[in-house]
Design a protein around this ligand. Sequence first.
Ligand code: AMP
Length: 451
Amino acid sequence: MLFLLNTLKGPQENTMLQLSEIAQSFDELGLSEPLLKAVAKLGWEKPTEVQGCLIPEALAGHDVLGQARTGTGKTGAFALPILHRLGPNHAPEGVRCLVLTPTRELAAQVADDFRALAQFTEHDVAVAYGGKRLRGQAQHLKHNPAVVVGTPGRVIDLLDRHILKLDHIIVAVLDEVDRMLDIGFRDDIRKILGRIKSPHQTLFVSATIEAEINRLARQYMHNPVEIFLAPDKPMVEKLELSYVNVPRWDKRRALVHLLAQEKAQLSIVFTATRREAIRVAKYLKDKGLDAKEIHGDLMQVKREKIMKQFREGSFNVLVATDLASRGLDIDDITHIINYDVPEDPESFVHRVGRTARAGESGRAITLITPEEGRLLTQIEKLIDKEIVPMTLEGFVPSEPPERERAAAGPARPAPLTRAQRPLHDVAEGAEAVPVARTLASKFPPRRRRRL
Ligand code: AMP
């Protein structure tokens, strides 16, 4: 079920839309012929839920604050009505639509999606993000592309140099607003939106709608229509979610075993840090697997090259930090493996959103050390779905290394696995203490990680 909150009519008249009320075909949405042709060529048979909800509102010219995650078809949800509003022909006056994204990868991907949808129109799409030469992007902007997709830093740079002009903008889009705020782009966003003086429509898309996003919307939008997908557990319905219990020191061996057992075709292995990504990829390569790592220390050009090779299937295990989990759009990913369980349950959803995209199925497997059970429980609560245990057939755990034994002190019992753990630790004469709390108290907050 979907929830459409229409603030245009005031809160008393909020509308709850049933699935049956949402357009079931692109024809019904009244999109122009070149767009229907593109959609058909892409093999999109019917609008996704967010497309069915957002497109009519955007076509009607309303400002829209839409809750949607990557993987739900959100790019089409804003790109199609924008391209419809632009009409089929190139207009020479300048950039008409600006899309801001939090990461370079997402900007590149959104630009590609726009191009695919605009292929039967005359519209050109340019990018504006760092890590690439400014000169090339500036050159492209001279040809008045209809759409510019970029990250805030480079966009401001191009604006300050008067290379990018916003005088003719009719639509501004902020994609993954929550992520942009997380990264700390709030001042940049305000600066850019504040520079658009022409009458325009504003669309915000965000996985979560928090108070700060509402404030931003109130400031920069005119009577926005708010679209919420009911929080019925993003993206995970079609996924098989499992976990494997493994001691910390055995994780790399377990990963190799798991990849072989699963006969994984195209997998992304997520690690918590860049250093771990490098180590894990090296280990896999040493074991004869076709693996490469991607993380924030790599130059943009290198990252794009790796992504291109991965898309083309020239290697089959991508070891990535969370940086890569946003804005990756790769078809046919069969496995997501959380080598490190994410500390933040929301990251789990973003990671596994790389598979089971637009309704396909996939597998997501998480390696869990006995100490990490509470993180798994938090994730299950968020997605409201059980993550089931699985075993590594024939995997023989190795003895703990010397340093682990020394750190553990004399003969402490092995930590309980998640399945063995009691609901409460009860010391004699003491009150019951939830296990999650006792475990958490043993783990002081970690330092900020470099992703
Ligand atoms: P997005 O949420 O925009 O990242 O889209 C996720 C994936 O779904 C992309 O690979 C899109 O090409 C695909 N997609 C978007 N809309 C549809 C649709 N209506 N039918 C099938 N696939 C779609």
